[in-house]
Design a protein around this ligand. Structure first.
Ligand code: MG
Length: 454
């Protein structure tokens, strides 16, 4: 299974920072130089709709070209569209995006030749080159050349449309809120080519994000919910800032919690087949319930989509059937399409799901087992010793140390792990009812309390 390793510059999904302060053209050019010094051939470069995108994209291209790789600039597009193109045509990719972060942020996600985000081992090598300045700068005969190819996104759109029966969405009204991001054209196009009648909210690409922030929070999606109800739509779908995630509003205007979304899609994908479902240890136990219904198996990974994607590839390489994967945050992976989170594909799969089930999204969501989840931040200066203490305190129980420490009981589980990016720990507790969850939460915070006094 894919394991976590320490990186300095890059987080779980690329490097991000505030533009003009820690995210500068100089840094992005050095990332481009390092990438082109490690790879040969042609590197695709794309960006989301942020105002700083053109400046940082130009910097990435300058670094790549100077170090001898060719560049195909695929323009503004969703991260999964770039990943699809890299997998089929290119030797690597660089996506200028800060995903769900606010407008003042930008960043870079590096894509490997197989279309997945670059793994920890290679990322650490890339960082070492950036820090040491080990760049293979070329002379006039061997610098790279550049081509502009914004039309290539059509291949991604075609691939998704082809994954479903023709006209499967006929008679279905849907509303898309791409949040002024890079799927403003692609997701409405995909759904209308599947036969849906499509309405949109926030579908003008705009890096000032006038309608809502790039994180698709339930509060920011009020206009989407309103439009869903007003138009009698089967669902509303919204993306984060680079459209690798998709979240849903049901036909009554209610936000579908992302773990419920995961379980619904899982049930749809697993309905006629058996195999593995891959997800981080932070995902709701509904994933186990749905696997049990269908004779499927769960493989748990550390938190982070890259670990899910790599574990899916590893399992497939060892001859296992891998049906589905992703995280309980709207980032879902459909491996028959590609091994990365894909918001456009997820929107399309909802059309396929509702057509196959001939039922409403709210009633399908209501059919799933009920769970109560507590999510809290625990501030501590010594996360490693807190994990050790909790491990010792609960050592008689079923423990899983895939990421932090997860304690599994029959009707309740808890996960305590250091945040990947910030100076606190995350505590998740989930149970079939509130009392059970609160009792376990109390047990863990008591144990941590004694750690702080020790
Ligand atoms: Mg994203």
């Amino acid at each position: 299974m894919a394991e976590k390793a320490e990186k300095q510059l890059f987080g779980t999904n690329g490097v991000r920072g505030i533009v003009g302060r820690d995210m500068t053209p100089d840094l992005v050019m050095r990332i481009g130089m390092a990438l082109a010094s490690m790879r040969k051939g042609t590197i695709a470069v794309g960006r989301d709709t942020r105002t700083s995108g053109p400046a940082l994209c130009s910097a990435a291209k300058a670094g790549i070209l100077a170090c001898g790789c060719d560049v195909v600039d695929v323009g503004v597009l969703p991260t999964p569209a770039l990943q699809y193109l890299v997998k089929h045509h290119f030797d690597a990719g660089a996506m200028i995006t800060a995903s769900h972060n606010p407008p003042e942020y930008n960043g870079v996600k590096i894509i490997d030749a197989d279309g997945t985000e670059m793994g920890d081992e290679e990322t650490i090598k890339l960082e070492q080159r950036i820090f040491s300045g080990a760049f293979e700068v070329q002379g006039w005969k061997s610098v790279g050349s550049e081509v502009y190819a914004p039309h290539l996104i059509d291949e991604y759109i075609d691939a998704i449309v082809r994954s479903f029966p023709a006209h499967v969405g006929e008679g279905m009204t849907v509303v898309v809120d791409p949040g002024s991001g890079p799927a403003s054209h692609s997701t409405p196009t995909i759904l209308s080519r599947m036969g849906c009648r499509v309405h949109t909210v926030n579908a003008n690409m705009d890096g000032t994000f006038p309608g809502r922030l790039p994180e698709p929070s339930p509060e920011g999606l009020a206009p989407l919910a309103e439009m869903v109800v007003k138009t009698g739509a089967a669902f509303g779908v919204a993306h984060d800032g680079d459209a690798d995630r998709a979240v849903f509003i049901d036909e009554t205007g209610t936000y579908v919690e992302e773990n419920v979304e995961f379980a619904l899609m899982q049930r749809y994908v697993c309905r006629n087949r058996t195999g593995f479902v891959v997800t981080p240890v932070s995902t709701s136990r509904r994933v186990e319930d749905v696997c049990a219904e269908h004779g499927c198996q769960v493989a748990y990974t550390p938190v982070g989509s890259i670990y899910v994607a790599r574990t899916m590839l590893d399992l497939a390489a060892s001859g296992r059937t891998v049906l589905f994967g992703g995280e309980g945050n709207g980032g879902l992976i459909f491996p028959d399409h590609q091994h990365c989170r894909d918001g456009g594909m997820t929107a399309a799969a909802m059309v396929g799901l509702l057509a196959a089930e001939q039922s409403s999204l709210s009633s399908l969501a209501g059919d799933l087992p009920d769970y109560f989840m507590i999510k809290e931040k625990i501030f501590t200066g010594k996360p490693a010793s807190v994990v050790d203490l909790v491990k010792a305190r609960f050592s008689e129980e079923r423990l899983d140390a895939t990421d932090g420490i997860r304690i599994n009981r029959d009707h309740v589980w808890a996960l305590l792990r250091p945040s990947g990016t910030e100076p606190f720990m995350r505590l998740l507790v989930e149970a079939r009812d509130r009392q059970l969850a609160e009792a376990m939460y109390g047990e863990i915070t008591d144990a941590i309390g004694s750690a702080d006094q020790a």
